[in-house]
Design a binder for this molecule. Structure first.
Ligand code: VG1
Ligand code: CO
Length: 543
């Protein structure tokens, strides 16, 4: 075994987006592409002696190969110890959990989350810091700068490690320990939630369907729901992780998790349904015949937090990404705590949780979580709901309607225009930005525009500023229209249009969501000229 220095040249486009570097597998397979990015991570972190690093991914195509490369590079950079999940598997929340539990210096997550996998699909890589959360922008920018400057990378020529056998082996001076990917995470969940109450509920005949979408949460859900909580075998469907997610699109929303929605809409539907994404950090909550929006789920978890033993002492604050609906703000008001509004992406929540300003965090994109780790956590949200259902002994629909009756309903929807021409999307955003001063104060189809701006976030903890985080029109009645460009797509540009309208009257809480938001959608098209500029008649996906 020796350490080699391999000559290399920079690749364009290695700037991490909303959540790490995501590209087509074929791009990652270019000689030196992955190595350059990993070298830049190590250059940014400094030499690794005495440090522990956590490593794992969602099991998608190229995961195992990438793990072997990164292990040999970690050894070349003097990392003392690497904790790697068996089979190269660790869900995103499990990486965060293991980093914190073992006081690791940081972790590398291999995932493109909900993006499709397989040889023609996507791959991704992300660095998490010692608090268990995604690296802040300052660090990702430094990594990017290093990718553009390096001339070589260092790697050991050691043979591959057997990733399927638990235990420790050595590469150079680095100890590589293959760990059970589920154990630490499952232990943490058992501390946060009332497993006895949930077990009793399953014993009394409560039925659930968890769709793991052939992604990473399968082993976690099977171990926790079926083995620990006694849910009947078969509660977890599509539980076997596959390199191509069974050809599916592992995004837990009503469009991509259509199988689960069909099961939950059938006459003999189970009491509760849930799904999770590629890397296990997203969740969708479904009742019989009714899907809960992620924004409502965050608000409901906040309003009921104390039912779970881990949150029995109450919550200090809530944080939500800017496009997420203001449903949680109403709960925060009622509880007399703060609700922070951050840019899109979990990395912005880390400081708030570290400073104990926020206990719960959420995003409209099916992401919910708490300060138990520093990533969003799909199974955590599902377990919270199970705990809530066990304590309240009500249906999902009853809980949802009672919440709306108390706080009002924030009708909410996101319209995605995927893989549109990048230049057309930029033109649209630039034109909208230019029109902002003119839009403020205008009446648009009966709505008075109270504010029109491009969201700027001032981090209250470290004073950092994030600009251009989404164009928003805020109406006097609280309705909102938000435009953003995605930072996770790998083809052209994806325009996200977020629509929200508040309805206090319980008699009007069962309107079809798209109908309730139709006027706002019309205004959005009119002010942005989206359809004409992109040549798209309708969104690719509506959630
Ligand atoms: C999307 C979501 C965002 C989420 C991010 C990562 O980003 O909108 O809320 O944090 O994905 O989630 P964007 O830039 O495409 O809108 V995951 O589960 O893909 O790591
Ligand atoms: Co994800």
């Amino acid at each position: 075994m020796t350490i080699q220095t391999v000559a290399s040249t920079p690749f364009a486009g290695q700037r991490p987006g909303t959540s790490g570097l995501r590209k087509k597998v074929t791009e990652f397979q270019q000689p030196g592409y992955l190595e350059n990015f990993v070298e830049a991570i190590f250059l940014t972190l400094g030499e690794g002696s005495g440090r522990t690093l956590v490593l794992g991914g969602d099991g998608r195509y190229f995961n195992r190969e990438a793990v072997q490369t990164i292990l040999r590079m970690a050894a070349a950079h003097g990392v003392a110890r690497v904790l790697v999940g068996r089979g190269g598997i660790l869900s995103t929340p499990a990486v965060s959990c293991v980093i914190r539990k073992h006081a690791a210096f940081g972790g590398i997550v291999l995932s493109a989350s909900h993006n499709p996998g397989g040889p023609d699909g996507d791959f991704g890589i992300k660095y998490n810091i010692g608090n268990g959360g995604p690296a802040p922008e300052k660090l990702t920018e430094a990594i990017f700068a290093n990718t553009q400057a390096l001339a070589s990378y260092r790697i050991s020529d050691a043979p591959p490690v057997d990733l399927d056998v638990l235990g420790a082996v050595r590469i150079e001076n680095t100890e590589v320990e293959v760990i059970d990917p589920v154990a630490d995470y499952a232990q943490l969940m058992a501390r946060l939630f009332d497993f006895d109450a949930i077990r009793t509920m399953f014993k009394s005949g409560f039925r659930m369907c968890f769709d793991a979408m052939h992604a990473v949460s399968g082993p976690y859900a099977t171990a926790i729901l079926e083995d620990m909580l006694g849910a009947p075998k078969g509660t977890v469907i599509n539980g076997e992780p596959r390199e191509d997610f069974g050809g599916g699109h592992p995004d837990p929303n009503p469009v991509n998790a259509a199988e689960l929605i069909a099961i939950m809409s059938a006459p003999d539907a189970p009491d509760f349904g849930a799904a999770s994404d590629g890397d296990g950090d997203r969740n969708m909550i479904v009742g019989r015949g009714i899907a809960v929006t992620p924004s409502d789920s965050l608000a409901i978890i906040a309003a009921n937090a104390t039912v779970a033993p881990g949150y029995a002492g109450g919550i200090t604050g809530i944080a939500r990404s800017m496009p997420t609906s203001a449903a949680a703000d109403r709960v925060a008001d009622a509880l007399g705590i703060s609700c922070f509004e951050t840019p899109t992406g979990w990395k912005y929540f880390g400081n708030l949780m570290d400073a104990n300003l926020a206990t719960l965090c959420g995003e409209e994109s099916y992401g919910t979580g708490s300060n138990h780790i520093r990533e969003k956590d799909g199974l955590w949200a599902v377990l919270f709901w199970l705990n809530l259902l066990a304590v309240r002994a009500k249906s999902v629909s009853e809980i949802l309607h009672e919440h709306w009756a108390r706080f009002g309903r924030n009708y909410y929807s996101r319209h995605d225009y995927e893989a549109v021409d990048a230049a057309a999307a930029d033109t649209m955003m630039a034109a909208l930005r230019a029109r902002l001063p003119d839009l403020a104060g205008r009446m648009l189809d009966g709505h008075h525009v109270a504010e029109a701006d491009d969201f700027v976030y001032n981090d209250p903890v470290d004073g950092s500023v994030a600009t251009r985080q989404g164009i928003r029109l805020i109406m006097s009645d609280g309705s909102r229209i938000v435009f953003r460009l995605s930072g996770t797509g790998t083809e052209g540009a994806t325009i996200r249009l977020y629509l929200e309208r508040y309805e206090p009257d319980p008699a009007r809480h069962d309107i079809d969501t798209q109908e309730a938001l139709a006027r706002l959608a019309g205004i959005a098209d009119e002010v942005s000229d989206l359809r004409r500029l992109t040549g798209r008649e309708r969104p690719t996906v509506i959630t």
